[in-house]
Design a protein around this ligand. Sequence first.
Ligand code: COI
Length: 356
Amino acid sequence: MDIKIVPLPAEKMKKKITDESQLGFGKILTDRMLMVEWKAGQGWCDARIQPYAPFVLDPASLVFHYAQEIFEGLKAYKWADGRVAMFRPEMNARRFNQSGDRLCMPPIPEELFLKGIEQLVALEREWIPTSPETSLYIRPTMIAVDPVLGIKPADHYYFYVILSPVGPYYAAGFNPVNIMVEDHYVRAVPGGTGEAKTGGNYASSLKAGLEAKKKGYDQVLWLDGRQQRYIEEVGAMNMFFAYGKKIVTAPLNGSILSGVTRDSVLKLAPTLGYEVEERPLEINDLMADIRSGKITEAFGSGTAAVITPVGKLCYKEECLQLSAGKVGEVTQHLYDSLTGIQTGRIADTFGWVRFV
Ligand code: COI
């Protein structure tokens, strides 16, 4: 399908930020967006890259009432030689359609997803920041727009992609965060939507997140929804624990998001001399392993969060420090290696980079 380019009038172009240390995360949106529609009986149609602008949507639109929505997060980097590289976008295309299947939304052809994003990023390349810890964050989204109050899969969807030049997800940058293990609320249950990247998972996590913030924590670590015994994920990140040179993470059990960065760590770490293991991590065992020093480091992984060191993990009354509250060696090694591949400082032997 051809993608129409709607001209962007000069007066609609936004002023770009010059001090990249002030970017923050997701606060600035670029000049253009990709839009494609899907209509029952017609399929995908009317693909266009148009000036970034608000939508006019009927207040009855299904997405507002029953949250039929999915999204993705991926990044593009401008390399020192001027080339623009996206990191594993095929993985996002695949996961987008998996999320869509769970939410009864039509699959988007992978080629259209990738071609649309590539063309949009190419047009917006001047927006890609180049300072350390910055990138262009890409947010593909699909929403149900039929104006009807009956609960049913929609007959009309918008697939759209917006772009944001970003700094680190956490305001403190590449520094340890403090995490509270959530022992009251749950994020997902077996058979639920925990594995899908859908807004409802994030909306339902807000209350626990706010309560944790009030107590001085950055994030909550979710336990499984059935027994509240096994660790799952941190909403914005999957979690890894280093037992010396062995790196362990929870297995994908259907209620954990299948992180692209998680998968990258599992593939990258063995090439750097680490052993990796996916196994259920029971919270009391985990705390005992931190207490005894068997666990030497913990870190989160995510597109927005990249590799984020954990300084403190707290469960019920007990708070344990990891790597003396500093960035651990393994965490630093993985961070440097992963971001090295993403930004072209280290050769990509995995075929993860896709140039725009
Ligand atoms: C991402 O890492 O891309 C996400 O979607 C997580 C979100 C909390 C920003």
